[in-house]
Design a protein around this ligand. Sequence first.
Ligand code: CA
Length: 226
Amino acid sequence: MRLLIVEDEALIAQNLKKVLEIKGFATDWLSDGEKAKNRILMYHKEYDAIILDLTLPKVDGITLIKLVRAENITTPIIILTGRTETKDKIELLNAGADDYVVKPFSSAEMIARIASVLRRPAVVTKVVHEVGNITIDTATHRVSVDGAEIALTLKEYSLLECFVRRPGEVFTREELSNQVWDFDALTLSNVLDVHMKNLRKKVCATSNSVRFETVRGIGYRFIAEL
Ligand code: CA
């Protein structure tokens, strides 16, 4: 799961980014409306949801959301608003926001709002995925093989979730890195290989109905026998 935070107050953005990363979301942060507009128009498919501050330099939140919705981009958007701006909430929802959070907010509230927009049927159709003898629960991040839970790190979990959602498909190294790391992070290619090696070891130690194939020069594919 990958989120975009658009917020010009560095402290709020950095705290939020930290909290969300602990919860297993890859997050990118942009601090002005112009950059956000360009990023969303070009890369909206990379994001599961956008957290958008209302008062931003260059292009404000309302203008941005209208512009994005006019392009038929349906990525869920949660607006951050100041206490004095709450009178605008009808306008926010009418403009195409999915939800809004009033500052100052608790991290628990923000996480609940994100979970709620991601749970909507148009966004996530299935919470529990079963492939071969592996079951993953995307709400709790629990993974089990024949009912016995296995412990994965957040990065390993995020990779496995990609594979399980699209078994049999080839994922490029770039796609896998994008799912798991920040846009700006230096994704050294051997970092992906290390996580893949560990994931493979943990999953294949207990499951003999699945395997991760290396597709030379491209990436990886997840194969499950039914
Ligand atoms: Ca602001």
